[in-house]
Design a protein around this ligand. Structure first.
Ligand code: PHE
Length: 457
């Protein structure tokens, strides 16, 4: 193991960290994944479960990851090793590094579509859409084209590698500060248009009036997976980001802000998508193509639609970029810290690996029939990876992190890290109970429930 000899880079300011961590959290998870998973799982009841999981599992695991990272000042594997030497705990960190590269691979495919849609919007492809079918057809044809999808995947991963090469305060932080607020403004404008479309009410009802009959083991697992995915938890991204936070910052407050911003963006995205979707008469359980089919028709019904359409997909690409840099950063920090690799070498090899692994996902939307419908699971490769890594791996990671902090590292040490430099740990007794008992028990019960009912997907 290497002890980092140089002084570690730190975030330039507190707000810079909150925005960068929010940048990791806010991304396709909120605007692409949240609406489609909500649609597949029946709407409002799922949203309610998701919010409960954010508060009771997301916030404490976020706090735990940030504290582990800041305390150890290392990548996830090194952090577990420093706190619990000669144990199996570093394997949890390693699982995170592997999961991160896996998520990066398919996530970048969707990010590539987003960038491709930016180019399409610029070229006026969404002007004069007359029907929902027309919009669906544009999407199906776009994702079926293997060369295009692989080329966009390549472009996107190159951009990710480029920013990660710039290091912490110079690269990631600078971008996040400017672009995240802009995305939010555009999201609000599109939401305004969506809720004033004809028949928007049916969409609002689907999204906001819960029907608990629609909940089963699969719904619960997806809601938990979505909460963790959206907050970038369970794979060490927040351990890595935490390792660059200054000791002066109050972790509890920063964690709270990140969770709040992320949830706000997801909830607003739902408000943007569902009214428009019902107004177009589309099926909410349409799968991963949902936002790509629905959004163009909103632009079409706005003055300056080309401008809004292109602007939105461009900012969404950037939001995806601030997430992929955190996915890549986990593996890069790992190789730089543990094996003394040059940053450049780590970036090249890891983004190259993600590119190769991303190809089957890029071909799974109609370009290749086997990859589009895998035997046994009857899902496309991308969907399958998204559930396996984005739900289950993160859920198991979060379970192990809660157990680690609750029982191995201990609430006392967690609290000592948080209250360093006279910072206050708000609600300490409450969070202690949540981390030690509620999080692990809830996650274990959910996993058992899924095992027993066989409702895996
Ligand atoms: N949270 C990111 C999003 O919502 C995705 C992500 C997951 C990033 C896990 C890092 C780690 O888009």
């Amino acid at each position: 193991m290497n002890t980092p000899s140089k002084k570690r880079d730190v975030w330039g300011s507190k707000i810079g960290f909150v925005l960068a961590a929010a940048g990791s959290a806010i991304g396709l998870g909120n605007i692409w994944r949240f609406p489609y998973v909500t649609g597949e799982n029946g709407g409002a009841a799922f949203v309610l479960l998701y919010i409960i999981f954010i508060v009771l599992i997301g916030v404490p695991v976020m706090l735990s990851e940030l504290a582990i990272g800041r305390h150890a000042q290392r990548n996830p594997v090194g952090a577990f090793r420093k706190i619990a030497p000669k144990s199996l705990w570093p394997l949890v960190g390693l699982m995170g590094v592997v999961t991160g590269i896996g998520i990066l691979s398919y996530y970048s495919v969707i990010a590539g579509w987003t960038f491709g849609y930016f180019i399409k919007a610029l070229g006026g492809s969404f002007s004069n859409l007359t029907s929902a079918e027309q919009s669906s057809q544009i999407f199906t044809e776009f994702v079926k084209n293997p060369y295009q999808c692989i080329a966009y995947l390549f472009v996107f991963l190159t951009a990710t590698g480029f920013v990660v090469l710039g290091g912490i305060s110079g690269g990631i932080e600078k971008w996040a500060k400017i672009l995240m607020p802009l995305l939010f403004v555009l999201l609000l404008l599109l939401t305004l248009r969506s809720v004033t479309l004809p028949n928007a009410k049916a969409g609002l009802e689907f999204y906001l009036a819960p029907n608990f009959g629609k909940i089963n083991a699969g719904t619960i697992a997806s809601a938990l997976g979505q909460a963790l995915f959206s907050l970038s938890l369970g794979m060490g991204a927040m351990i890595t980001y935490g390792s660059y936070i200054s000791k002066k910052d109050n972790l509890a407050i920063s964690a709270g802000y990140v969770c709040l911003f992320d949830t706000l963006i997801a909830v607003v995205s739902g408000l943007m998508i569902f009214p428009a979707l019902f107004s177009m008469g589309l099926d909410p359980s349409g799968g991963p193509g949902l936002v790509f089919v629905v959004l163009p028709s909103i632009f079409d019904k706005m003055p300056g639609g080309i401008f809004f359409g292109a602007g939105f997909f461009l900012l969404l690409t950037v939001a995806a970029l601030t997430s992929t840099i955190s996915l890549l950063e986990v593996a890069v920090t790992y190789f730089v810290d543990e094996f003394n690799w040059q940053r450049r070498r780590a970036v090249l090899l890891m983004s190259g690996l993600a590119f190769v692994l991303g190809i089957p996902s890029a071909l799974s939307q109609g370009a290749n029939s086997l990859l589009s419908n895998l035997p046994l699971v009857h899902l496309g490769f991308l969907d399958f990876a998204n559930i396996l890594l984005g739900n289950y791996s993160l859920t198991i990671g979060a379970l192990l992190i809660a157990i680690f902090v609750g029982y191995k590292w201990g609430i006392k040490n967690l609290s000592a890290e948080i209250t360093i430099e006279n910072n206050h740990f708000y609600g300490r007794p409450f969070w202690a109970i949540v981390i030690r008992y509620l999080c692990p028990v809830a996650i274990i019960v959910i996993l058992l429930y899924i095992l027993l009912t066989g409702n895996y997907f």
